[in-house]
Design a protein around this ligand. Structure first.
Ligand code: PLP
Length: 359
């Protein structure tokens, strides 16, 4: 298997893929694939409910939160959130931490009043602003944060306390990679394709009072209450993706749950951050130490030419996805839940060896 460091869609555990392969043409003895089955069948309902309850168990989601499996990616949530939750006369506040926070912010602007509560733009988004620098406007409907900035490689070490103001978190690139106090948030959302499974399904975890009744003026499919009332089965769901999320969740449970996975992720990324930090400046980490991401490790070399050479040689050595995002350049290793230790060890070794030849 390739050493897959893709930013998304990203690596899935081999065991998960193999189980899906085994069940591919005949699921649960039904004589058909799960993707050929009615989403109203009891077999699929079990898959749907099973994935929900396992996510609830593993991520510690309190009983008064709803879990939704939606389509349209996290990008659709950028619009659905203000459509449903930005009440007239109120302001949607954002912590401006990078490329994804900006997209969420710009989309909300289409629907009402917005404000930047804190920003690290003047530092090229190489850090998460200090929590004490976040100023929430008095008329805030909610504060939106991007828990992990996938492109810049920064991540909140701790989340802000927002008091009575609803905290909303885009966890697209770090959901289930570490323990989170879900009760701090009013709503959490994430595309599944980095840490939870394949693309095609978006997870929304929301306090039930926030999603019980949506404004009557917005389209049916974009109303949270539509999906709450129908257990995410209002229309045909992305059934195969939901099934794979279920398998991925079982894999997480078998590995000891989220706390064990967090330690595993810390051990994995330490190998690569150490390779950067002990290189005497040959590799330069992009993110400030206190904002470093456990999921996306961004770093640079002295010249773009050397970076190109790194990417080319890494590909020849079996590594995939190490080129940084086109908007910021440099290099990036994405080390999501399913990336094995072996890949990170191999990368750390490759980095040391590349430095020896070019340092
Ligand atoms: N938010 C973050 C933090 C992301 O990393 C991404 C995708 O990379 C998105 C949102 C957009 O997700 P989607 O492609 O599911 O719309």
């Amino acid at each position: 298997r390739a050493y897959n460091f893709n930013a998304g869609p990203a690596a899935l555990p081999l065991e998960v893929l193999q189980q899906a392969q085994q069940e591919f043409t005949d699921f649960a003895g039904a004589g058909m694939s799960i993707m050929e089955m009615s989403h109203r069948s009891s077999i699929f309902e079990e898959v749907n409910d099973g994935a929900q309850s396992l996510l609830r168990e593993l991520f510690g989601i309190p009983g008064h939160y709803k879990i939704l499996f939606l389509q349209g990616g996290a990008s659709t949530q950028f619009a659905m959130i203000p459509m449903n939750l930005l009440t007239p006369g109120k302001t949607a506040a954002f912590v401006h931490t990078g490329s994804w926070a900006e997209k969420a912010y710009k989309e909300a602007k289409l629907f009402g009043s917005t404000a930047i509560a804190a920003s690290s733009e003047s530092d090229k988004f190489n850090r998460i602003p200090a929590l004490s620098d976040i100023h929430i406007p008095a008329d805030a409907a909610y504060l939106h944060i991007t828990s992990n900035e996938t492109i810049e490689g920064t991540q909140y070490a701790a989340y802000p306390d927002t008091g009575d103001v609803t905290l909303i978190g885009d966890m697209s690139s770090d959901i289930l990679s570490r323990s989170v106090d879900v009760g701090k948030f009013g709503l959490i959302y994430a595309g599944a394709q980095k840490n939870l499974g394949p693309s095609g399904v978006t997870i929304v975890i929301a306090r039930e009072d926030l999603v019980a009744e949506s404004p009557k003026t917005i389209p049916t499919m974009l109303r949270y209450d539509t999906h709450v009332k129908n257990n995410s089965l209002y229309n045909t769901p992305p059934s195969f993706s939901i099934y794979l999320v279920g398998l991925m969740l079982k894999w997480v449970k078998e590995r000891g749950g989220v706390a064990a996975l967090e330690q595993f992720n810390r051990d994995k990324t330490k190998l690569i951050y150490d390779a950067i930090d002990t290189s005497g400046g040959f590799y330069r980490g992009f993110a400030d130490m206190g904002s470093r991401s456990l999921m996306n490790i961004t770093f640079r070399l002295a010249t773009e030419e050397l970076e190109k050479q790194f990417v080319k040689e890494s590909e020849q050595a079996g590594f995939v996805g190490l080129k940084g995002h086109r908007s910021v350049g440099g290099l990036r290793a994405s080390t999501y839940n399913a990336v094995p230790m072996e890949s990170c060890k191999a990368l750390a070794e490759f980095m040391a060896e590349f430095m020896k030849r070019n340092g």
